[in-house]
Write a protein that binds this ligand. Sequence first.
Ligand code: DCP
Ligand code: MG
Ligand code: MG
Length: 371
Amino acid sequence: MAEWDEILHMRQILHADFDAFYASVEQREDPTLRGKPVVVGGRPELRGVVASASYEARGFGVRSAMPMRTALQRCPHAIMVNADFRLYNQVSRQVMSIFRNITSLVEPLSLDEAFLDVTDLVNDKESATDIAIKLKEKVRAVLGLTISVGVASSKSVAKIASDMDKPDGLTVVACGEEREFLAPLTVEKLWGVGPKTAERLAQAGVLTVGDLSSKTNEWMQANFGQVGLQMKRLSLGEDQSPVVVSRERKSVSAEMTLATDSNDPEALHDLVRRLSDRVGTDLEYRGIVAKTVKLKLRLADYTTFTRQETLISPVGSAEGIAEAATKLLLPELSTERFFRLIGVGAGGLVPSSQAQIHMESMTQLRLGGFE
Ligand code: DCP
Ligand code: MG
Ligand code: MG
């Protein structure tokens, strides 16, 4: 009986993610960059970091979030390209629409990746794997870019699977084989297990997902609380979370820890600008505008605080966010103050269409006042 229940509820989830997204888009735009180590990110003299590295650059040990300076030490002939967020945003919208042509059950996770629930599309003639192959071909034909796809019975396993065989990969985890698939992987592959948690687990001799799955619920709860129980479920491949089509997010934010604590106004401004770019493109992509802009700051001693401003007219662009965030940053700068982390956030989100109506009606009111 239980087995039938499982089969009846068996879902087929795809996770699709662009390979070296920013770098691949740049290689597509400029054929002279193809086959070469390309890094997209901020300038080394401004303490820039790598946002995306082409697979050629990764061969030299270059990775995302690495200081650009380090990247150029490892790969001196790497070609540096400035990020073109507007273009990435446009490509993102295009790929999401390809996904939505396959199923309306699409949950974007970031600009370059999404979950698709294809359970209802699968039949005797077409498996989830067939759909994944079709999807990869379509993206290549229409956009000239490659994605890697994971196919599994849950979101968490599908996401791990898509990352297994990059670039241009396809990894299928058959129903019932989740545990075997996950067991040899390092615990950090699990959703929500960051470096700190991984270190604590390692101290207890838990290195792989298999190690974690053999810990008792009691042990997990005693050491990690509710999160521990969740980790244990994920380690067994148990994840019932549904593909959520439109997530109502109350805020959009991006933050980054600096490579080394900094009091350098230029580097800090540069970081705020880059974070604002990410937040702004996210807003544009969702067709929303923000009424408040927040700046999160963490000092070298881990003191963390936020500053925020409510704007007279909502902003929905990278420039608008950057302007407000920079204004918030200025009074916080001083030579004695070393920053460890900076975050930029947007809150009070409303659809841009609504914001326009709101502004129009304000104009009308004002006009009315003159009569
Ligand atoms: N990104 C960023 N800073 C990071 C991580 C990512 O700006 N620390 C941006 C650039 C990436 C894009 O987000 O191109 C997508 O992130 P991914 O983690 O999917 O990385 P890539 O697509 O670049 O590479 P992969 O092939 O590993 O997916
Ligand atoms: Mg990617
Ligand atoms: Mg991604």
